[in-house]
Write a protein that binds this ligand. Sequence first.
Ligand SMILES: Nc1ncnc2c1ncn2[C@@H]1O[C@H](COP(=O)(O)OP(=O)(O)OP(=O)(O)O)[C@@H](O)[C@H]1O
Length: 820
Amino acid sequence: MSVTVRVALRVRPFNEKEKKDNLITFIPEQPQQIRVNHENRQSFTFDYVYPPAISQADVYSSCIQPLFDQFTKGYNATILAYGQTGSGKTYSMGTSDINNCDSKDQGIVPRFTKNLFHWITNQQTNIKYQVKVSFLELYHEDIIDLLSTNPASCVNIREDVFGNISWSGVHEQLVHNVADLLNCLHLGSRSRTTASTDMNSNSSRSHAIFTVTLIQQLPESVINSKFHFVDLAGSERLKKTNAKGDRAREGISINSGLLALGNVISALGDEKKKSKRSHVPYRNSKLTRLLQDSLGGNSQTLMLACVSPSDSNANETTSTLKYANRAKNITNRVIINQQLSEVDTMKVEITRLRQELKINDAFMKEVHLELDDLRAKNTALSNLEIVAQKQIKIPAQKRSTESDEDNDDDDDDGATLIGSNSLSQDLKSCRSTSTKRKSSKKKPIGSFSLDKHKQRIRKETLFIKQMKANNEASSDPLLFTKMLSLFQSSIKEQKALVQQLEPIKSDEINIKISPPLKTNNKPSLMKQPNTFNMPQKTEEMHRLTLVVEENKSVPQLKQIAAQVKKAISLLTDNPSSMVQQLKPILNKISNICNTRATRSITTTTTKSSEIVVNDKPTRLLVNKRANIADSHRDIQRIIAFENIKSNTVCTEMLKALKQKKLTLIREQKDLLKERKSILKEFYQDDYTEQQQKQQYMDERIDVITIQVDFISEKIKLLQPSIPSNKVEKNLIEILKPLKEQDLRSLLFMIIQHDLISSNIKSQLYDLKSATLEKYQQGMIQLRRVHGDAASLNNQVLIDLLKSPIKCLSNGLILINTVKP
Ligand SMILES: Nc1ncnc2c1ncn2[C@@H]1O[C@H](COP(=O)(O)OP(=O)(O)OP(=O)(O)O)[C@@H](O)[C@H]1O
């Protein structure tokens, strides 16, 4: 159900300091309208307009009673008292001095209390009722639980994936009757921060939220509704209140909270902004975060705008009227807060779990595919190592002979073909030869894994496309980039593998080797091998140019072997090490192979290419046809994919990878969930791309703000009693040992200059220039906070900075210090 925020305007009587110059004119024939006798004599219309003479009872019965009725039906409700300091908010709410108050002067909360218990006593007996109360104060940006007996209690604001706001850590007091409830109100009000200013002798210096929760236990369900009574601190002009020192700081903090509230009201209520569906900046202050459900969420809300009647407060009154006028346009979506019976809840849970299972199955399929792929690669690597070792051991001359024997159909004029320094070319040549000669007997090499690889490439490419499409609004760009590069490198590797395994096209295998180049009168190194000369179309045939470099196959294979050994030893020493750690090594191997591949063959654009031997020909005798046969055999072994089962190192590696993948999947899932809920809330069909970007940025800021909240809650403040030099030392101690890699996620360091003593500043500058410039993301913000919440547990901070890097990535570290 959609309901708009209702607005009631209450004009208090003149006080003794004010001249009787009326600012507001009431229009008898239009009881909901007023006119301001100021500048352009603007008129305003509200749901309720209360002149100074209105009684507390009338206010309650006209605008609160309807809310009370909704509340008892299970809807959440909020009354928001807003107005200039001294305009009558606390008086109207009745949250102060309840014990010494005439019953006719009793405000909204005491009346509500009586109403509630009276209502409960008249209800059916088969319903069980419970009433709980809580009382929070927001002083500066600290949430104080006024009813909690635990001084270390900490209130958190949480938002679930559906955007529902809840407060955790709040003490909720069970109350059984009117006296109990009013006693809680009295206790809390006594602890509330008030002070005398020129505008109000008993001015509230904080925002207060008194909440009554009604739990109705029906036979098959539970209805749980909340009524928030919000007494906001008054907006004030420092000049008028004559506030100095702490009072002035309070005033600034109050005004900035109210400004944030104004921005939320404006985003929700301003017709222009509403139509553009601009982002609602709830997270800009704790006040707006606490009231998120009341403004634009699940609550029936009434704004009680309180103003002074005096012309001397014309500016403040006009500003309140405009504020209230905007609030009128806010629409909330309200539902009865009914929880299902246990059986129904279980049913919903089962459906959810089934869906989750489906998603998990799909992911597991992905994981298995990746595992298969890794197994293949791993076996290939092991075999490459064997090849390498073998080639190192076998004397060149011997291998050359063996090779000649193997290739008994070759011409034998003493020259060899495989001086080629490309392993992949070796493999291709070998495969093509083999395929041509033995195709009737043997399966084409790699055929059974080829399709799988191709399929995998297609899948991963598609996945990357999807990821890229979502890149704009990805809520964790770092993770996104990581995953993207992981998949991209995987595709690259797969492609290389497919390339190696794929049968060579006919004109590629029709290689005719041109006569050897003459060098230094040494014997010719090239021959016309039948092996590579299968279809004898000599004249039209394209000739490939083999660039035979210095005999590099042995050193290169050695290099590969060394890299493989390195990779394996890394795994043996630390079996849980992630594949990510092996990536550089694997890449290096593939680089060596690729370099060799590109160097080895140069297909010239001219019709008849020449074989160019650009190396010292004498050495080319070394790795000859032996390589063809060896490579052929090795390739067969490579594609056997068997070693994996007995290879513990590989199993460990795969296990670790599996774990890593699952973690990533989980993280990604969470991110998607978060993103979905944000999208659900803010994005509609007609948003422009730019708005979307803007929204995304705002949301990132919101996320960071939450992290800050989270971290700042963990970090206690420095004791004011700690001498200043100790404070400095501690801060430096914290920051100095940080390694660059620990802080890779930090972008820059904002230091609020005015808040940090020069000694710390200069040391931090040193740090900054030395290391901090390199950091990529995030911020360290040093901020000063007052109050007795101060007790910095440095160890917490150090631990936080040192170990769980996750906390830092994309985040802020808020180090609060007190004024020395
Ligand atoms: N409608 C009213 N009838 C009689 N007295 C009123 C009325 N409204 C306010 N007052 C008196 O005006 C004074 C200031 O009111 P109150 O403390 O409620 O202001 P406030 O808006 O809560 O101020 P602040 O924001 O500074 O806390 C109080 O002495 C209160 O009794």
